[in-house]
Design a binder for this molecule. Structure first.
Ligand SMILES: C[S@@+](CC[C@H](N)C(=O)[O-])C[C@H]1O[C@@H](n2cnc3c(N)ncnc32)[C@H](O)[C@@H]1O
Length: 306
C-alpha cells in the first residue's frame, strides 16, 4: 500500500472523493461547479489522465491532507485509523491571558468536553499516543487541566507522561499566572504500544525486540526556543523542532499523524520532515492559506467541510 493510499484509508469511504464520484453524488449540481470546487479544494495533486477522468497522484512519499473545518468533528475519519494525535487546542483561558503584554488569541477558543476525547479515542489505533500541548498550570486553569485528564481517562486513555516544554533560556515565573513553559501531555489509548527497543533481549536473541512504551526514554523537558516574532506566521506557532522531537518519540516512519487544530500546519511540516503523513484540520481559511504556503506540493488534497 502506498503512503497516499494509507492516508486515504483514514477516511470513511463516503468522504473519499474522485471527480467521478463527486459528480455521481452531486447529481443536482452542474458538473462545472463541482469540478471548479474540486480544483479549488482538492486539486493540488490530482492528475488528469483523460477527459473527465482524474486520479490522485499515487505516491510512496509521505503527504498531507488538509481539511478546512471543525476539528471537534472527526466523523469523516475511520475508527482506529490514526497512529498519533498531536495537537495544541485553542484553550479558553481569559484570566491567564489578561494583563501585561500577553495578547488574547485572535482565533475562537473553547474548552474540551468528554465527547472530544471519545472521538479522539475512536479514531486512534489501540496503544497509540495522544499528545496534547497544554498551558503551564496556574491558579486559573488547574481545574480545567485536571478535567482534561479525567475526560481522557473516561474515554479510555491512560496517562503516559507529562514533559514540560521550556521555551528557551528565558524562563519567567511571574508567580501565579504566566511562566515561559508549557506542558506536553502524553496519553496512550489503552496500554501503550511497544516502541522501545529492548536491547538486552535483542542482543540475546538476535531478533529486534521491543518493550512497552514510546520510542526511547523521554527527556525531563523539551528545551526548545519559541518561534521568533519575526519568523512567526501564526500567533501560537509551535517550533517545528519541538514537534519533530515529540513525533520521533511517539510515531514510526510511514505512520499517519492527526492535528485537529492545525493553525499554521507546523505538525504537518514536522511529520513530513520525519517521513510521516498527516491530516490537518483547521477552521480558519486564513490559516489554511498559511498551511498551503508552508506545505505546498506536499498537500495531497484539500477538503472543505460544509
Ligand atoms: C493554538 S492554535 C494551533 C497552532 C499550531 N499548533 C501552530 O503551531 O501553528 C489553535 C488553532 O485552532 C484553530 N481552531 C479553533 N477552533 C477550531 C475548531 N473547532 N476546529 C479546527 N480548528 C480550530 C484556531 O484557528 C487556531 O489556528
Amino acid at each position: 500500500m502506498t503512503l497516499a493510499e494509507k492516508l486515504f484509508n483514514c477516511f470513511k469511504s463516503k468522504n473519499k472523493f474522485t471527480l467521478r464520484e463527486a459528480y455521481a453524488e452531486n447529481g443536482d449540481k452542474p458538473k462545472e461547479t463541482i469540478r471548479a470546487r474540486i480544483y479549488d479544494n482538492l486539486g493540488i495533486r490530482f492528475e488528469r489522465i483523460a477527459k473527465g477522468i482524474y486520479k490522485t497522484v499515487s505516491s510512496d512519499e509521505e503527504a498531507c491532507i488538509v481539511i478546512e473545518g471543525d476539528g471537534r468533528d472527526l466523523s469523516m475519519i475511520e475508527d482506529a485509523s490514526i497512529d498519533c494525535i498531536l495537537t495544541d487546542h485553542p484553550w479558553l483561558d481569559m484570566k491567564s491571558n489578561k494583563g501585561g503584554s500577553r495578547a488574547f488569541a485572535v482565533y475562537d477558543c473553547f474548552k474540551y468536553s468528554l465527547d472530544d476525547f471519545k472521538e479522539k479515542a475512536r479514531v486512534l489505533k489501540q496503544g497509540c499516543f495522544l499528545v496534547e500541548v497544554l498551558p503551564a498550570e496556574n491558579e486559573n486553569n488547574y481545574e480545567y487541566l485536571y478535567q482534561i485528564k479525567k475526560y481522557a481517562k473516561e474515554a479510555g486513555f491512560l496517562y503516559y507522561s507529562k514533559v514540560p516544554w521550556k521555551k528557551g533560556s528565558f524562563v519567567s515565573n511571574t508567580g501565579r499566572k504566566a511562566k515561559n513553559t508549557q506542558d506536553i501531555m502524553i496519553f496512550s489509548k489503552g496500554k501503550a504500544r511497544n516502541m522501545r527497543v529492548d536491547k538486552k533481549k535483542t542482543d540475546a536473541s538476535g531478533i529486534l525486540s521491543y518493550m512497552s512504551g514510546c520510542n526511547g526514554m523521554l527527556p525531563t523537558m523539551f528545551d526548545v526556543g519559541p518561534v521568533s516574532r519575526k519568523n512567526r506566521i501564526h500567533q501560537s506557532e509551535l517550533p517545528v523542532s519541538l514537534c519533530e522531537q515529540i513525533l520521533s518519540f511517539v510515531t514510526a516512519k510511514g505512520e499517519v499523524v492527526l492535528d485537529s487544530f492545525a493553525g499554521s500546519g507546523v505538525v504537518g511540516e514536522a511529520s513530513l520532515n520525519l517521513g510521516r503523513s498527516c491530516i490537518l484540520i483547521e477552521i480558519l481559511k486564513e490559516n489554511i492559506d498559511k498551511i498551503k504556503q508552508r506545505l505546498g506540493n506536499n498537500i495531497l488534497y484539500q477538503v472543505v467541510m460544509e
